[in-house]
Ligand binder design. Structure first.
Ligand SMILES: *[C@@H]1O[C@H](CO)[C@@H](O)[C@H](O)[C@H]1NC(C)=O
Ligand SMILES: *[C@@H]1O[C@H](CO)[C@@H](O)[C@H](O)[C@H]1NC(C)=O
Ligand SMILES: [Cu+2]
Length: 186
């Protein structure tokens, strides 16, 4: 997916460059804007269970409109949304939740995708209680505020002190769909 996205962006940028060069021999006010423009819905792949009880990457920087696509490795992970203040429990009744993705081997045939709607930090965790995944570091963040004490390491430290995890009441807040690259290795 990363390779595909990069190629796609490269193609898009090349197309902008070519069209800009063809139509604008001298710099115009439209030039810089065209270069800054990016493909909508750039996809960030996050792999649940890569390197043990871990999301990889676990600290994602995404723009509004980007998509975060969660892939699942063995054994039986989920992704759920919490607040910073209360790790390992749903942020509210509308917390996004992928459901559990039991995966005996390889990658799960499904992925869970969420759309980034704003620039606020989004905290996520695996709600698997068997093995205490969240308490053992299976947590991550999208758009951490790097000027804030609310860091991922602070979140994980607080998570480790929670007794157990709670799953959101229902799957939602994102889309469960077919894995676009189920045989891709991580
Ligand atoms: C996956 O984990 C959930 C939550 O612990 C559990 O309810 C479910 O039975 C598990 N599925 C499998 C196939 O182990
Ligand atoms: C973004 O907005 C959509 C539509 O309202 C919502 O379903 C989704 O959960 C939101 N994404 C996040 C990460 O909250
Ligand atoms: Cu897990």
């Amino acid at each position: 997916m990363v390779a595909f996205s990069s190629a796609f962006i490269s193609a898009a940028v090349a197309a902008l460059y070519v069209s800009g060069a063809a139509s604008a021999p001298t710099p115009s006010t439209n030039g810089p804007a065209a270069v800054v423009a990016r493909a909508p819905g750039v996809t960030h792949t996050v792999v649940a269970g890569l390197g043990g009880l871990h999301f990889d990457p676990e600290n994602v920087v995404a723009n509004i409109g980007d998509v975060v696509e969660y892939h699942y490795l063995p054994m039986n992970h989920s992704v759920a949304q919490s607040s910073f203040a209360k790790p390992c429990v749903p942020i509210n009744n509308n917390a996004f939740f992928s459901g559990f993705m039991p995966t005996p081997s390889g990658q799960n045939p499904n992925v869970f995708t969420i759309t980034v709607n704003d620039t606020q930090p989004i905290w996520f965790y695996c709600s698997q209680t068997k093995g205490s995944h969240c308490q053992n570091g299976m947590a991550g963040v999208i758009n951490q505020n790097f000027n804030s004490p609310n860091t991922l390491s602070a979140y994980k430290a607080a998570a480790a002190l929670t007794g157990t995890s709670i799953s959101p009441p229902r799957i939602g807040g994102g889309v469960v769909g077919p894995n676009p690259n189920p045989l891709g290795g991580f």
